[in-house]
Design a protein around this ligand. Structure first.
Ligand code: SAM
Length: 127
């Protein structure tokens, strides 16, 4: 199947800018208590279901995946950009990060306890 052009354009853009993006968001969660609070609430809701792992879709350099793990969730990251995933694996070698698209996840129905897509569906056409 031919990949939609929005996916290759997004991948190319983030591959080219991955290091700069990682630098830009470095320490961002520490500086934004409301962002942390939303993630804490999200983790609480996921835990309340007692369900499976959380996928951080469009995880970028992985710091939010790592934060979710620090809250006690089993979380893994997926990102379209191999450069982003390389940075995430480098920063958090104990965590799982996969290259892939949120539009074609290789997961069974019901396999997840939650999905986080933080600033990442902005690149997906509404339809
Ligand atoms: C603005 S960054 C957000 C990164 C991170 N979630 C954060 O909160 O900083 C958007 C990320 O979404 C990824 N992305 C965009 N479309 C995607 C798709 N279809 N599947 C997986 N990742 C995607 C990009 O490669 C990029 O790393």
């Amino acid at each position: 199947m031919v990949e939609p052009s929005f996916l290759s354009a997004t991948r190319d853009a983030y591959d080219a800018d991955a290091a700069r993006y990682a630098e830009f968001v470095s320490g961002q969660l520490e500086e934004h208590p409301l962002d942390r609070a939303m993630l804490v609430a999200f983790a609480e809701l996921v835990r309340a279901t007692g369900a499976g792992p959380v996928a951080d879709l469009g995880c970028g350099p992985g710091y939010v995946t790592a934060y979710l793990c620090s809250l006690g969730l089993t979380a893994f990251g997926v990102d379209l950009s191999p450069e982003m995933i390389a940075l995430a694996r480098q920063a958090y070698p104990a965590l799982r990060f996969d290259v892939g698209s949120m539009t074609a996840l290789e997961l069974e129905d019901g396999a997840l306890g939650g999905v986080l897509a933080r600033y990442s569906i902005i690149h997906t056409p509404p339809e």
